[in-house]
Ligand binder design. Structure first.
Ligand code: SDX
Length: 434
């Protein structure tokens, strides 16, 4: 990747009686940044930004979010246009390569992905080492991390060809791994991928077919699954993507980096929110219980949060949530579960939260996780699988961001500093004198 941020002026910082100039850099859209790479050398101080709420960690050309407007662009294309018009494989090509594919490029890429969906036969033995009741995210973290033990011929991060093969392998094999994690948890035999099926249909069949009876998803469900993958594919420098970049900055192999991203995504404040949101709706149980839970969410002394609400960046409606809401209704209509009690609670909770002063003032809107859980439950996935599906889709974004980081001429190993408030040097005290 060629660095494209341009100098737009200079910021001056006066500290400890010394004034230093810091370049101001600007991108194609979004806030300018103050380049502080020389700050410690020239002023002997660090910046302090826990949670990185005001810190740009890298230059990127992949995804852009306008949190105030509630817009999300993948390589410049609005998420709703991609979700409505493109397939997930087409979006994966766009995220990896920067441009929408021609018909021939898409055919070739799709052919390649379909022929990387199988797993090394030994990996099926690997799965059998887990307990049947293991959380599928634990299985996914372990299995993806172990891929380097099976595909060590594409782990040379400095070889563009190896990076491309790893990217294809990760995108193609995550559905097979995710489906196996599900099948293993329900005690059913693994179903092999088929090259004649599209990405989403292949995944749904690997999840829901059994040797005794095949499974062919309806076009509506396959399209819904495909859209859900597109909505979850990438999202700037979120916690899990930043984890992948930091792991990759040391030169770690791509499988290890993606496993690190999966581990970070698992948290309920991040990708685990779809599982947590559905569990919350179940806990609320009925519409008349909602006021009590909204009261708890506002109480600073109560750790309860409305899962599926709020976002570090979006201070407007998450544009993915809008598409997710439409997809949710399409799936529920298709499956004839229009009267899902959890959906009734979700719709009423959304209505109340969008009118409540606390949520309005704090700009806490429903995010993508609010509706994805209800949709995936209706499609037959157990709650524990929701974050696995998020990780399946986000693997494409992680791989695209990891590749961009490797190709960034300015990238170096990530090594944040700290403000130390612990004990200064002191001598050891023998145990007899403590
Ligand atoms: C994802 O980063 C990404 O892009 C993530 C993601 C992606 O695609 O990668 O979009 C996926 O992780 C979506 C978010 C899923 N998480 C949840 O739904 C969990 C519930 N949400 C909260 O945990 C929270 O909103 C976060 C973690 C998402 C954001 O946390 P922040 O950055 O601390 O939120 P904030 O600074 O905007 O909070 C403002 C205020 C705070 O109160 P004050 O300290 O100002 O008094 O709102 C409060 C927060 O305490 N608040 C909530 C709340 N979320 C924030 N209060 C009640 N319920 C909530 N859900």
């Amino acid at each position: 990747m060629e660095n494209k941020a341009k100098e737009k002026g200079t910021a001056q910082l006066t500290i400890n009686g010394k004034t230093i100039d810091l370049p101001i850099l600007g991108g194609t859209v979004g806030p300018d940044v103050i380049d502080i790479r020389t700050l410690y050398k020239n002023a002997g101080v660090f910046t302090f930004d826990p949670g990185f709420t005001s810190t740009a960690s890298c230059e990127s050309q992949i995804t852009y979010i306008d949190g105030g407007e509630g817009t999300l662009l993948y390589r410049g294309y609005p998420i709703d246009q991609l979700a409505d018009n493109a397939s997930f494989v087409e979006v994966a090509y766009l995220l990896l390569n920067g441009e929408l594919p021609t018909a021939q490029q898409l055919e070739d890429f799709d052919w390649t992905i379909r022929r990387h969906t199988m797993l090394h036969d030994q990996i099926d033995q690997f799965f059998r080492g887990f307990r049947r009741d293991a959380h599928p995210m634990a299985i996914m973290v372990g299995t993806v991390g172990a891929l380097a033990a099976f595909y060590h011929d594409s782990t040379d991060v400095n070889d563009p060809e190896a990076r491309m093969i790893s990217a294809h392998r990760m995108i193609a094999k995550m559905p097979t791994i995710a489906a196996r994690a599900y099948k293993y948890s329900v005690g059913q035999p693994f179903i092999s991928p088929r090259n004649d099926l599209d990405y989403a249909s292949n995944f749904l069949r690997m999840c829901f077919a059994v040797p005794a009876e095949d499974y062919e998803p309806s076009p509506t469900l396959a399209r819904a699954m495909d859209k859900i993958f597109t909505l979850h594919a990438d999202h700037e420098q979120n916690a899990s993507t930043s984890t992948v970049r930091l792991a990759g900055s040391s030169g770690a192999n791509p499988f290890a980096c993606i496993a690190a991203g999966i581990a970070s995504l698992w948290g309920p404040a991040h990708g685990g929110a779809n599982e947590a949101a559905l569990n919350m709706l179940r806990e609320i149980g009925s519409v008349d219980q909602i006021p009590e839970y909204v009261k708890r969410a506002k109480d600073k002394d109560d750790p309860f949060r409305l899962m599926g609400f709020g976002h570090r960046v979006y201070k407007n409606y998450d544009p993915r949530a809008k598409v997710m809401r439409e997809t949710c209704h399409a799936v529920l209509d298709e499956l004839g579960v229009k009267n899902d009690p959890l959906l009734a609670v979700a719709m009423e909770l959304e209505k109340i939260a969008l009118e409540d002063d606390y949520f309005v003032e704090k700009k806490l809107y429903p995010n993508i996780d609010f509706y994805s859980g209800i949709t995936l439950k209706a499609m037959g996935f157990p709650t524990e699988m929701f974050t696995v599906l998020f990780a399946l889709a986000r693997t494409t974004g992680w791989i695209a961001q990891w590749s961009e980081m490797i190709e960034d001429p300015s990238q170096k190993i990530g090594r944040p500093r700290q403000v130390f408030t612990g004990d200064t040097a002191r001598d050891y005290v023998p145990i007899t004198k403590r």
